[in-house]
Design a protein around this ligand. Structure first.
Ligand code: MN
Length: 701
């Protein structure tokens, strides 16, 4: 079959040549060689020989199938670039579609991706013949897509070579300087390792354990990562060579570990047992770092021969075992391949490719997800990242003005966990009030969190300054002072500021706004007791009703000393008919009288108290509202623009789509009920809006 495939391919590619000038057949043969080196089965080797036939020659699928059968045709088709019946609107779209198609093909038959990796490997080996402007694009794609796939499948052999080749083309200077550096220190380092090797060999002889010891320099790309991550020079890296001990059984692995630790002192925290807890790509080994000869750290890996095979060949090893019919090992593999089986099961449940892609959770990369901008640019984020992280990765301003996101054209919450292959679009609004403190809970990447913190620090300072200033002015206004008294108070304020090391008034305002100094403390310090006493009586009636320190602007008859909070379920604003509910241990919550929870609340009627608004409060109220509509393109943008044009600040936006029904949850800052109702009128004019109603702010702030 392999011979037949070779002849068929030779004839089909007759007259074609590679950019190197060599006959084209060189390429499929090289790809077949790589696949054979991975010990893949005959069908895969034959398919590797034929992998470019459908794409680059006039040979038709039916002809190929009649010659080689369904299995091989499926493999060839999987490895062939996308050829759909409709034109793509852009190059980017085509690229995204290619990746998706690749992932799907991989889920259908893992051998497809092995051919694809081999194809890429040979193309990378011959990349120097490629056009200059294409070199970098191909190398980057290799490093960002293909090498991680090889890693995920545990095929270290291919992963390492792809990474090194990519680095060579992307950053030749670094590559060559590391290569030269290795030459420089090689002899000296190898001497140290050989000394250690001898010591271990002698020890193993005494114990009758049969084991091979290998030593190997780390590959250039992993050294490159280390140098850049730790910001050190090559000479500072001590564990450039790892000792590898390969033995027969798992028991022997642990026995050897004991010997190693009796010969050299282990470095605390560097022992890893990947035998008991294999990596997700099936890799198994014991890793330990010890203080080796001349006091420098030395990494030692201990594994069985089978584990070693898996470490090099990864998923490709599966076929060796399958063909060798050593059932036990095969079953162990099948267990570890659960993730792949899962993908295959989903595939059966889902009718269309589109549905499949939407629901496919490709657990392709160990700790990174790869997503696309709407223009098709590839962006890399740590696993667990969400649209907010993505927004700040694009640009700080995009992050700061982010009000929502779409993934694959569907609106998602900001804490939606991004998956590889998704297209992420950030919805921004110029009138957004910017990051809120909750964003720190949502954002996962350090970069995004730092940018949010910086924004909040500045914004909080501004807000607290205004808040502190108005508190202070309001409280001081309650005292009518003689000129003499005013002088005393002024000098007390100066002293207060000096004592607290506040250089300008803004510092004082901010401290009061933040609550570092409460307004009460401040007044008691700067207004002498006799003056306060004189005004106490007069203010008594009011102070009984106005509850201090809550800042919510509500008056409750006959109650003092309890904290007042506006309910998050109905978000009352100035002008609403309200009622207070005495909660257990948490003060009083103010609800709208038409709150949905009223019925439940009145069951505890004795805990309801009358409440009214303090008109002089003068602050904005945070209120929730819900817009229900028939979804259409740009609907969310139109809603947020309407709110913005109306001059009301948006605190947050969450949108949900159920079928064609869109529901947008907004949290806004408003002056009062009247302003809110006027805004409702504007929103009802937006096309497709069915209903606008008041809402809560649960989980939305
Ligand atoms: Mn090819």
């Amino acid at each position: 079959m392999i011979e037949k495939a070779y002849r068929f391919s030779l004839e089909a590619h007759q007259g074609q040549s590679r950019l190197s000038g060599e006959p084209y057949i060189i390429h499929p043969v090289a790809v077949a060689h790589i696949v054979a080196d991975l010990r893949m089965d005959d069908s895969t080797i034959a398919a590797a020989l034929l992998h470019d036939v459908l794409e680059d020659t006039p040979v038709k699928e039916q002809v190929l199938e009649s010659q080689f059968g369904k299995e091989i045709v499926l493999l060839v088709k999987g490895a062939t670039k996308l050829n759909v019946g409709f034109p793509f609107s852009s190059k980017e779209e085509e690229q995204i579609e290619n990746y998706r198609r690749l992932f799907i093909a991989m889920a259908e038959d893992i051998r497809v991706i092995i051919i694809k990796l081999a194809d890429r490997l040979h193309n990378m080996r011959t990349l120097k013949y490629q056009y200059r402007d294409k070199k970098e694009v191909i190398a980057r794609e290799t490093l960002e897509i293909f090498a991680p796939i090889a890693n995920r499948l545990g095929i270290a052999m291919i992963q390492t070579e792809l990474e090194n080749l990519s680095l060579f083309f992307l950053d030749p200077e670094s590559f060559l300087s590391i290569q030269r550096g290795i030459e420089r220190i090689k002899d000296q380092r190898e001497k140290q390792i050989q000394e250690a090797e001898m010591k271990l060999v002698n020890r193993l002889k005494q114990t009758n354990i049969d084991a091979d010891i290998q030593s190997r320099f780390k590959n250039i790309y992993s050294i490159y990562l280390k140098i850049n991550r730790q910001n050190v020079s090559l000479e500072d890296l001590h564990d450039l060579i790892a000792l590898r001990v390969i033995t027969k059984t798992v028991e022997e692995c642990y026995a050897i570990l004991g010997l190693v630790h009796s010969l050299w002192v282990p470095v605390a925290g560097r022992f890893k047992d990947y035998i008991a807890l294999p990596k997700s790509n099936m890799y198994q080994s014991l890793h330990t770092t010890v203080i080796g000869p001349e006091g420098s750290p030395m990494e030692i890996q201990i594994r069985t021969r089978d584990m070693h095979h898996v470490a090099e060949y990864g998923i490709a090893a599966h076929w060796r075992y399958k063909e060798g019919k050593s059932g036990d090992v095969g079953d162990a593999f099948n267990d570890r391949m659960a993730w792949l089986r899962q993908i295959l099961e989903w595939q059966q449940d889902l009718r269309t490719t589109h549905e499949f892609v939407e629901s496919l959770k490709i657990d392709l990369f160990d700790d990174e997800v790869y997503v696309f901008t709407p223009r098709g640019d590839l962006k890399k984020l740590p696993r667990g990242s969400n649209p907010l992280d993505f927004a700040f990765l694009i640009h700080t301003e995009v992050g700061n003005s982010c009000i929502g996101a779409r993934v694959n054209k569907q609106i998602v919450p900001l804490d939606y966990e991004l998956k590889s292959g998704e297209i992420v679009e950030i919805i921004t609004s110029r009138s957004s009030t910017g990051p809120s403190i909750d964003w720190l809970r949502i954002a996962k990447t350090p970069a995004a969190r730092n940018k949010i913190r910086a924004f909040l620090r500045k914004k909080n300072r501004d807000e607290n300054r205004e808040k502190g200033k108005s508190y202070m002015e309001r409280e001081l206004k309650k005292f009518t002072l003689t000129t003499e008294e005013q002088t005393v108070v002024n000098s007390n304020i100066t002293k207060f500021m000096e004592a607290n090391n506040y250089k300008i008034f803004d510092d004082l305002y901010v401290s009061i706004g933040e609550g570092r100094n409460t307004i009460r403390q401040f007044i008691n310090k700067v207004v002498p007791y006799d003056i306060r006493k004189r005004f106490q009586r007069k203010n008594k009636v009011i102070s009984q009703h106005v509850l201090s320190g809550t800042g919510e602007g509500v008056i409750i008859q006959g109650v003092t000393g309890l904290a007042v909070k506006l309910a998050r379920c109905c978000t009352p604003v100035l002008g609403d008919k309200i009622i207070g509910f005495v909660t257990l241990g948490k003060g009083i919550t103010i609800h709208r009288q038409d709150c949905q929870n009223m019925e439940r609340l009145t069951q505890n009627g004795d805990r309801l108290v009358e409440a009214g608004w303090d008109e002089s409060y003068g602050q904005l109220y945070e209120a929730g509202l819900v817009v229900e509509a028939l979804d259409r393109p740009k609907f969310l943008a139109d809603v947020t623009n309407t709110v913005a044009n109306f001059g009301v600040a948006i605190r947050s936006v969450h949108a949900h789509l159920m079928g064609n029904d869109a529901r947008i949850y907004l949290v806004i800052s408003v002056k009062n009920k009247e302003e809110m109702e006027n805004l409702f009128r504007e929103l009802r004019k937006v096309p497709n809006v069915k209903r606008v109603r008041r809402g809560g702010v649960f989980g939305l702030r």
